[in-house]
Design a binder for this molecule. Structure first.
Ligand SMILES: Cc1cc2nc3c(=O)[nH]c(=O)nc-3n(C[C@H](O)[C@H](O)[C@H](O)COP(=O)(O)OP(=O)(O)OC[C@H]3O[C@@H](n4cnc5c(N)ncnc54)[C@H](O)[C@@H]3O)c2cc1C
Length: 727
């Protein structure tokens, strides 16, 4: 091999480190026809300290390289189980079936095997592998990486190898990153330790994560977690991880305590035997886009700090970043075959894919006590806000999983379709700006787009209505983007506040309420900043609409639990609460674009009727299996015992059962759903919605012809069809 190194020059890329990240990068480069040299200090098969857990995203990336087909013998993992170590001890399963993408399972594959397979795939694709090569340092000139200096196990030392681009895939202790001044931030390193054990009983096919772990006294919660990943029906990879710089002895003690707890209190571990010595390694979860590249050098995988701060998962980020680096290099070489510029493109791509999730992780690691408390307090809550938080934080799935333009549009797909590219573009711009505005402080909001499935983020965006209304005017619509962001932020703020729940325990601090209020305030304040820094009119309009909406909500709460309310009163409360969210964006869009007099009024009337139509549909939806998709601001009504129109109609036929089921603790959703499904109730709701649809249609007919007419009609149809789907 050394001879080959001497004989061959002119590498397009040298990849240092043949872990998953390096081998994936080499595979993609080789497939693109690039000359790539992969350097590894060890010989395969070699072990690597790891939990061996592979997520669906990982499988997708491995499949692309033809590796997945070779993993047939490993049992499928159906879900992640998060065991919240309390007290009390609680657990929650996150099925992999809700994850976007092609695979609905995970695997546990020892690294001794996995890494060899990925590396073999790279070689089969055309990469040149050199094992037993220790890379000493980068060769640099005028701040640019030109190659590496290596020591060969059975050959020359301090050998210089040149390439157009160097890829550092040399793991968490990356020498190359440090050599270029791109090393990790102090205090942001973690450590994890794993072992294998046999003789287990009754293991479920799930990747089990236990958190948070406590110190020796049991009183002080550490930013630490443990895991049990089954390697077969009777064996598992078991380990612990901790965030923050921690002396190795402390990590060992943490591990001893975790194993002892399992042996003492978990019947599955009664006869457990260790089958391999403990092996540990640092965790790097300090990814920052600005530190993942330098002239001529790209960092991938752990070298770039891409280990999940929540779960310690890093293989998928390694594979994904390897692929992104390869793509960047290939594209840059096409533009400039010699010394191409790669760093800016790569930084941008990496920021898009990973920044949100890792920012969230860094914040949580720093404020882990707050994070654990919120998690503790909201662990059993079904409110969308907390569902989102749990999914974003606990489900170990790559932030890059399908997030992008199409995902940002998913909730609006039925209305906008693909036939209106301008509208799509505007909405995507607003979505991206929205995410950018909030991500720094509450990065999990950056994952709204990929948190589809069990907990949907936004199913309604005021900015869509505003953009459509603006088409009735001709004025320069430059402020539309900012206003769109402001309106969507205000709506998200309402959604956060709807996550506030009554503290039924009364005994302990309700951290989820504090968090929801804090988040609501944060979003409102950002909405106001975006609205218009110089002109208070828009900010006032937004605050006015929110106030009306909150008053409607309070009015509903003041009559909560009552099933003898007249539908007229309930309808007017509902209108106060929901209609402003529809009226405001429409009238604001028309005003900003200078639409003709009368247009804003007709749009406002359309908005009121459309709001009521949607709200009625969502109230019905809340009683079906699609309840988690119901509009976020309405989703918590039943737990607060707000009867709503469907229940009031049901009570007009059968008052006693409705009252009893609503008063139950918690309200008996199944009984109420059966009552709402009565033909008389469905007929009453159908009549209710038909009237709102007629009102909206009449308002639309008063509007002049404009390109917005078709989408406004489509929205109306969508409102009716959403409801019909529940039949
Ligand atoms: C205890 C533990 C448990 C974990 N559990 C999981 C899990 O369950 N699931 C998951 O997805 N992730 C897990 N991770 C994270 C995961 O192991 C890493 O994120 C992943 O290995 C990163 O891949 P990589 O290719 O970037 O680096 P690595 O896998 O570390 O590969 C780096 C390679 O570079 C080589 N190298 C280093 N320096 C040089 C040099 N100077 N010259 C030549 N070669 C060099 C090394 O020998 C190695 O082969 C865990 C980590 C730890 C420590």
């Amino acid at each position: 091999m050394t001879a080959a190194l001497f004989a061959t020059s002119g590498w397009d890329a040298i990849v240092v480190g043949a872990g998953p990240a390096g081998s994936a990068c080499a595979w993609h480069l080789a497939r693109a026809g690039r000359r790539v040299l992969l350097l590894e200090r060890h010989h395969f098969p070699r072990d690597k300290s790891c939990g061996d857990g592979l997520t669906p995203r990982c499988l997708e990336l491995l499949d692309e390289m033809g590796v997945l087909a070779q993993l047939d013998g490993y049992g499928r993992i159906a879900r992640v189980r998060v065991v919240h170590r309390g007290p009390p001890l609680r657990q929650r399963d996150f099925g992999y079936d809700g994850v976007p993408g092609r695979y609905d399972y995970g695997l546990v594959v020892p690294r001794m095997r996995l890494d060899q397979l990925v590396c073999q795939a790279a070689v089969a694709a055309g990469a040149v592998l050199a094992e037993g090569i220790q890379v000493r340092e980068l060769v640099r000139e005028a701040g640019r990486a030109l190659g590496v200096l290596v020591d060969c196990e059975h050959g020359p030392r301090a050998l210089r190898l040149d390439a157009e681009v160097v890829v550092a895939a040399d793991g968490a202790n990356s020498r190359l990153a440090a050599g270029m001044g791109l090393g990790g931030q102090a205090g942001q390193l973690g450590f994890a330790l794993r072992g294998y054990c046999e003789g287990l009983r009754g293991l479920d096919p799930c990747q089990e994560i236990h958190l948070p772990l406590a110190d020796a006294s049991g009183d002080y919660l550490l930013p630490a977690y443990g895991w049990i990943f089954p390697t077969s029906a009777t064996s598992a990879n078991v380990g612990v991880g901790i965030m923050g710089r921690t002396p190795l002895d402390d990590v060992r003690r943490l591990s001893t305590r975790f194993w002892a707890t399992l042996r003492a209190s978990d019947p599955r571990f009664a006869d457990a035997r260790d089958s391999a010595p403990l092996l540990g390694a640092p965790l790097r979860f300090d990814f920052a886009p600005e530190r993942c590249a330098a002239p001529g050098l790209l960092l991938v995988g752990d070298a770039a700090g891409l280990t999940s701060p929540f779960t310690g998962e890093g293989i998928s980020y390694g594979l994904e970043s390897g692929r992104l680096a390869a793509r960047t290099i290939d594209r840059a070489l096409r533009a400039a075959p010699r010394r191409p510029d790669v760093e800016d493109d790569y930084r941008m791509l990496m920021a898009h894919h990973f920044a949100g999730y890792f920012e969230l992780g860094r914040h949580s690691a720093r404020r882990h006590l707050l994070f654990w408390k919120v998690l503790d307090s909201s662990f059993d809550s079904e409110r969308p806000l907390f569902g989102l938080l749990r999914r974003a934080a606990l489900l170990p799935e790559g932030a890059g999983s399908g997030a992008g333009d199409s995902a940002l549009m998913d909730d609006l797909g039925p209305v906008v379709g693909r036939g209106d590219p301008l509208l799509r573009r505007q909405l995507i711009d607003i979505g991206a700006a929205l995410v950018a505005v909030v991500r720094r402080d509450w990065p999990f909001l950056g994952r709204l787009d990929s948190a589809r499935g069990a907990a949907r983020g936004i199913v309604f965006r005021p900015s869509l209505l505003m953009l459509l209304a603006a088409r009735f005017g001709a004025a320069d619509a430059r402020p539309l983007r900012r206003l769109g962001v402001a309106l969507d932020l205000a709506y998200l703020g309402l959604m956060a506040q709807s996550g506030v729940e009554e503290d039924l325990s009364g005994a302990r601090d309700n951290w989820s309420n504090k968090f929801a209020l804090l988040l609501g305030d944060f979003l409102f304040s950002h909405a106001l900043c975006q609205a218009d820094p110089d002109d208070a009119i828009h900010a006032d309009a937004i605050m006015g609409a929110l106030e009306t909406s909150c008053r409607g909500c309070l009015a509903q709460l003041s009559t909560a639990g009552r099933v003898d309310l007249s539908p007229d009163v309930a309808r007017s409360q509902l209108a106060d609460r929901i209609a402003p969210l529809f009226i405001l964006p429409l009238t604001m869009g028309a005003a900003v674009a200078g639409a003709a007099p009368g247009v804003a009024q007709a749009l406002g009337e359309y908005g009121r009727a459309l709001g009521l139509l949607f709200a009625c549909g969502e109230e019905m939806l809340a009683f079906t299996e699609r309840a988690p998709q119901a509009m976020a601001v309405l989703a918590s009504d039943l737990t607060r015992r707000v009867a709503g129109l469907p229940l009031l109609y049901a009570a007009s036929c059968q008052p006693a059962p409705v009252q009893a089921a609503l008063n139950a603790d918690p309200p008996d959703r199944a009984v109420l759903a059966a009552l709402v499904a009565l033909p008389a109730v469905r007929a009453a709701m159908a009549g209710e919605m038909a009237r709102h649809a007629q009102d909206a249609g009449a308002a639309l007919r008063r509007l002049p012809a404009a390109s917005a007419a078709a989408p406004l009609h489509a929205l109306l149809r969508h409102g009716l069809e959403r409801w019909r789907d529940t039949a």
